[in-house]
Structures are given as C-alpha cells and as structure tokens.
Design a protein around this ligand. Structure first.
Ligand SMILES: C[S@@+](CC[C@H](N)C(=O)[O-])C[C@H]1O[C@@H](n2cnc3c(N)ncnc32)[C@H](O)[C@@H]1O
Length: 332
C-alpha cells in the first residue's frame, strides 16, 4: 500500500495492511472507468489499488475515524473516490446515486487500526474501555457483559465465539460484576482467564469471548448477510462480488449465499422433485487463501478466505437467512 500518502495512525504499527490484495484485484478487474464499491474502506488499501488501476471507487465505512484516510485519497485521485459513511448492509441505497456499479468488495472484520488502538476496546492485550463499537454508537461490549443474564450471555459466547466453556465464563462474569461493573478489556480478559485457565502455547483464553462480543456489538453476521443481498439487488448481470472473511462462521455464510445447493438439506427421493432455482451467482470461484509470501509479510492474513462470484441475469431473491447458517443466539 502507498503508505507515504496516508496519514499515520497514533500507533507504531502503522495503518492496516490490505489482505489478499492481488487476488481482490484479479477478481474485480478494475479497468478504467469501472465503478467499484469498497464496502469496508478501512485505511483505504483496496480503494487505493482500485483507483490506481483506473476505477471509480465508492467507499463505505461505519467507522468515522477512517475519514482522514479517505480525505487523503480523495485529494490524490481528484473526484474518483466518493466516500460515504454508513454500514455496508445498506450499500445499495448508499450507492444508489453513484451507479451503475460493476463490482463490490467487502473485507469483513476489524482493521489493524481498530485492534491496535487500546481506546477502542477490541483487544484483550491492551488496556482500554470495553467498547468494541466500530461506529462508536449503540451498545458497547461493557453494556452487554454487565447487563445480560448468565444464560443469554453464555449462549452468545457459544453461538458467536464457538466458546465451549461459555457457561463457566458467563458464571464468572456475573460473579465479578456483582462486586463491581466490568469496565475494561483487561478486567474481562482476567475474568475469562480465571474461569478457564491458560495453557502455554494456546491462544489467549479470552480470544473467543472477545470475538463473540465484537460480533454481537456490531451485529456482524446480520451486516454480512444483509450486504450480500444488497449486492445481489444492486449488481446487474456480469457484476462481480468479492468477499474476504476471517473465520469459518462468516465464510460459511458467503459460501452458502453464492451456492445455495452446497450444505443445504438433501432432497428426499420420496418427495416430488423441487424444480431447481435459477442461479443468481455464476463463475463461483474456489476459495482463495494467502500464500507463504503474503503470510511472511502479514501474519494477520493467516485466516483470510476470499470468495468471488459473478451476478447472473436471474432476478434477486427476497431476503431470507434460510440455508445461510447465520449463527443465532438461543433465547435472544
Ligand atoms: C478489515 S478492515 C478493511 C481494510 C481495508 N480493506 C484496507 O485495505 O485498508 C474492515 C473495515 O470495515 C469497516 N466495517 C466493518 N463492518 C462494517 C459495516 N457493517 N459497514 C461498514 N463498514 C464496516 C470497519 O470499520 C473497518 O474499517
């Protein structure tokens, strides 16, 4: 990424290093004058590369702190970057006046800036307020851990973090907050460590708890599912959709969205055959992962998975999460 053109963050780590960038570009083929939505602008790594290839970029981000990065690119690429603050679940309405659109890219999850800035509260390794709100609005992670009863809290940690020891962690959280509200990241990390212990060589015991809370605070699964349907509504035949995800729960949603036959319930041979539905997405590419060279440069690319597909001429589906395996919190 052309780091020298971008404002530095307050951290030593520098801004976000874009993941699977070559693969994103290959999947979008951003030729001169093509209009691409970058639904997760971040530090603008994808947007910069798309602009350099000649595209017009409509960039969206829900985090107001990315604005200086957008301002820098808008100045450099005079008029070819349009920055629209908001959530990518509404990308079709946000981009309505900037169409027609040839491609959409989504790089799901948190940016390095969000993770590295202790005051955002995303990291269990940096002391900060237990916040985790990408937009800075709505309920924070502290609100959730201090408010939810033990059972829904455990269900949330299980559904969104795949945390097998969710009940024990929830009990420890409730016991701790009965003494004083949980206010900071390290307070929560220590409570989780006390609940389930820590084995040398294993990931930090609070990893899954923090993932689950972040997903809940930012409604990340709903945002992803809604964005996929929004792209389906927006793109005409031939339009490309490229999605980079960072864990299997997200990847499964994308995979099933592109190819509803995969993983869906098997048809019984005793029932009348249901006519095959028209495919909304064609040229569905095999999932791509970062190669050794990229992993050497950027270990955060380790869990990234890219999926891409082309919009067919079939009419859009009505929004339904059936068959998409969007995790739900029991009793919520
Ligand atoms: C992984 S970073 C993107 C990094 C970017 N590709 C780059 O190269 O710099 C994800 C960004 O998406 C934003 N984001 C996450 N969920 C969002 C949503 N639902 N709507 C809009 N932006 C979102 C985050 O605020 C963050 O800035």
């Amino acid at each position: 990424m052309g780091k020298r053109f971008l404002p530095e963050t307050s951290q030593d780590n520098g801004p976000h290093v874009p993941v699977l960038l070559d693969e994103v570009l290959a999947a979008l083929s951003p030729l001169d004058g093509k209009r691409i939505i970058d639904g997760t602008f971040g530090a603008g790594g994808y947007s910069r590369a798309l602009l350099e290839a000649g595209a017009i970029v409509i960039a969206i981000d829900r985090d107001p702190s990315v604005k200086p990065f957008a301002d820098a690119l808008m100045a450099e690429f005079e008029g070819r970057l349009i920055f629209v603050p908001g959530t990518f679940s509404e990308l079709d309405t946000l981009a309505a006046e900037h169409g027609p659109i040839d491609g959409v890219v989504l790089d799901i999850g948190v940016s390095s800036m969000q993770l590295d800035q202790a005051e955002r509260g995303f990291s269990f390794m940096r002391e900060g307020p237990l916040d985790m709100r990408m937009s800075g609005q709505g309920e924070s992670a502290a609100d959730l851990v201090n408010k939810l009863d033990a059972e829904p809290l455990a269900n949330l940690l299980y559904a969104f973090g795949e945390e097998r020891k969710s009940r024990r962690i929830a009990q420890f959280i409730v016991a701790a907050r009965d003494i004083a509200p949980i206010a900071t990241t390290l307070e929560l990390a220590k409570i989780v460590e006390k609940a389930i212990g820590r084995k040398p060589g294993d990931a930090h015991p609070a990893t899954r708890t923090f993932q689950a809370l972040r997903i809940a605070v930012n409604a990340e699964f709903e945002q992803l599912a809604e964005a996929l349907f929004a792209a389906e509504r927006l793109l005409d035949e031939g339009g490309r959709l490229v999605v980079v995800t960072f864990h299997s729960l997200e990847d499964r949603i994308v995979k099933r969205f592109f190819d509803p036959d995969k993983g869906g319930p098997a048809q019984s041979r005793h029932l009348p055959q249901v006519e095959a539905e028209a495919r909304r997405w064609v040229e569905v590419a095999k999932a791509r992962k970062a190669g050794e060279a990229e992993l050497g440069r950027n270990p955060r690319a380790r869990s990234a998975i890219l999926r891409a597909a082309t919009r067919s001429d079939a009419a859009q589906r009505p929004v339904s999460y059936d068959g998409l395996s969007v995790p739900q919190v029991r009793g919520a």
